[in-house]
Design a protein around this ligand. Sequence first.
Ligand code: PMV
Length: 345
Amino acid sequence: NESGISEVTVEVPMNIALVKYWGKRDEKLILPLNDSISLTVDKLTARTTIRMIQGVGKHTVEINDEKVELSSNKRYQTVFDEALRLQRKRKEDSNGNENRSVSHHFEVISTTNFPVAAGLASSAAGFAAIALAIQQLLNLDDIQANRLARIGSGSACRSMSGGLVHWKKGEKDDGSDCVAVKTKDDNWTDLYCVILVFNDGRKKVGSSEGMRWTRETSTLLKHRIEKVVPERIDLIKKAYATRNFEDLARVIMADSNQFHAVCLDTIPPIRYLNESSWQLIETVEKFNQPEIKAAYTFDAGPNACVIVQKKDVSKFINALIRDIQINTDDLETLPEEFRSIEYQK
Ligand code: PMV
């Protein structure tokens, strides 16, 4: 507008990896060692307003009413620098070579409806929201926006579209072929994700540090990247396309387990799961007899994401109530259609 401020608000969902990303081949451009594939969880979102303000000033970021210390969170600076570089480039392109750049700074206000940094990929939704908002402000193409999300937080590039999203590691050193793309299939709308928050504190070992240690010390990681991941990506795509829940679930659980095994295979070992996580794994294993109806998966934290088909959500919630001491008041967060008579206290 005339005061030199442009503003955009977007709402972007988190995503949960079914085949995990763990390890970078380039820490600056955030290029992963392996492909990954995720589902977008549309009920868990980061709602973000970005203002781009003309004139010299400091960027500010506020998440859930708390100011983010940008000097210790360099990723934001990287994203803003890249956005302003793209903006200058566009100006130069349209004004010939005449570079009449005016300085700008950004103000970001974001609220998430789930815990930040507890292994629930909240940074993914947050950076994806920033990237999407900047895309709209600066009229960027999808590849540029995808890269912007990625250099904020790798897994964020998978939140730029809905459904089943494949983040291809690419081969090139400049990252130009490293993008997350929505798979062609229609979304499998019958899939639900039950999230169990066992601990909403910040994780002990951040993913960047953890990935570096694993890459430097784990022998299992090498095997995983070369032999296991490519096959699993194909299996997930196939199972999703044919709506084969059992096959999908088997791969999801195996990959979550291997990711945590790779963390344990790191020196010093990294342990993200806690006693509650293990109890949940046991509950799911029991629930899956004789037929697989649920799949657990854990990111870099103890909180679980359990994927179930709509028809089995009630049964699964009942199994949870029976097996682990969940507070039935927490069930309030369930969608209306699942708050049925079956799980009264
Ligand atoms: O994007 P980051 O740096 O937060 O890394 C995410 C890593 C995992 O959540 C553990 C796995 C994944 O693919 O999302």
